[in-house]
Design a protein around this ligand. Structure first.
Ligand SMILES: [Zn+2]
Length: 249
């Protein structure tokens, strides 16, 4: 799980980014917040041209000529402020500057400051909610499994399914939840609730897991236990085989 407590860098280190729009664009592209290339969503032309004045990707196909803003689908989209101004405001806001200070440092109108700090607050709250309830994360492997438990309740044996997952990380974060059954509906709901969408899920061949990718869009490998408890991954770039032991499943 990514820790949210990242130190705020000193001003001199971010000065260029918050003062200069094109430097800020580069920075956001380095973080993959903004795209470097874009495929035309209208005609599938994979090579749109970037217009660094309008900050749009333009389709060069004569019959199309569509333009798509580089900010499309991000918080910067349709903003009246430039992206570096928004970054500047977020920097001072994260540094706990007062509203008065924000207005003095950035020269942004108070009404705009209110609007943007509300957006920042919403983003951070969502981020915290995700990291509090979910395990895994971008490219983190999460092994999932269900187990049947027997519980003696008032001299009656009760069956109890427990569905759980464990991260293949040093922290080995887990989730576990009692569930009423093992249907795809139940298990997919729990996966959506507890597993970060960027994770890679490893499971056994149980059929309720078949739709993890198609329904939730989470990458998924199914491991056939009858063929041993290991999983082999082939890395094309390094031409190496990597053997994973799936003892946790
Ligand atoms: Zn096009």
């Amino acid at each position: 799980m990514a820790h949210l407590i990242t130190p705020i860098p000193p001003l001199y280190q971010v000065k260029e980014i918050i003062e200069n729009e094109s430097r800020c664009l580069e920075y956001l592209q380095d973080l993959s917040v903004l795209p470097r290339t874009m495929t035309c969503i209208y005609c599938n032309n994979p090579e749109m041209n970037f217009d660094d004045k309008e900050l749009t990707f333009n389709c060069g196909k004569r019959e199309c000529r569509k333009r798509i803003s580089i900010f499309n689908g991000t918080i910067f989209s349709k903003a009246k402020l430039k992206c570096n101004q928004i970054m500047e405001l977020s920097y001072f806001w994260l540094s706990k500057a007062t509203r008065k200070q924000l207005n003095i440092y950035t020269n942004i109108a108070p009404a705009n400051i209110t609007r943007w700090t509300q957006i920042f607050r919403t983003i951070i709250t969502q981020e915290i909610r995700i990291s509090e309830t979910k395990i895994g994360g971008p490219d983190i492997i999460v092994e999932i499994d269900e187990s049947l438990f027997h519980k003696n309740r008032q001299n009656k044996m009760e069956q109890l399914w427990v569905f759980g997952g464990i991260e293949r990380t040093k922290e080995k974060q887990i989730f576990a939840q009692i569930c009423k059954d093992r249907t795809a509906d139940t298990l997919l709901d729990l996966i959506q609730k507890y597993v970060h969408p960027g994770s890679i899920i490893y499971s056994d061949m149980f059929k309720s897991y078949n739709q993890i990718y198609s329904c939730l869009g989470i990458r998924h490998h199914q491991i056939n236990h009858s063929q041993g408890m290991t999983m082999i991954d082939y890395n094309e770039t390094s031409n190496k085989l990597k053997i994973y032991h799936t003892n946790n499943i």
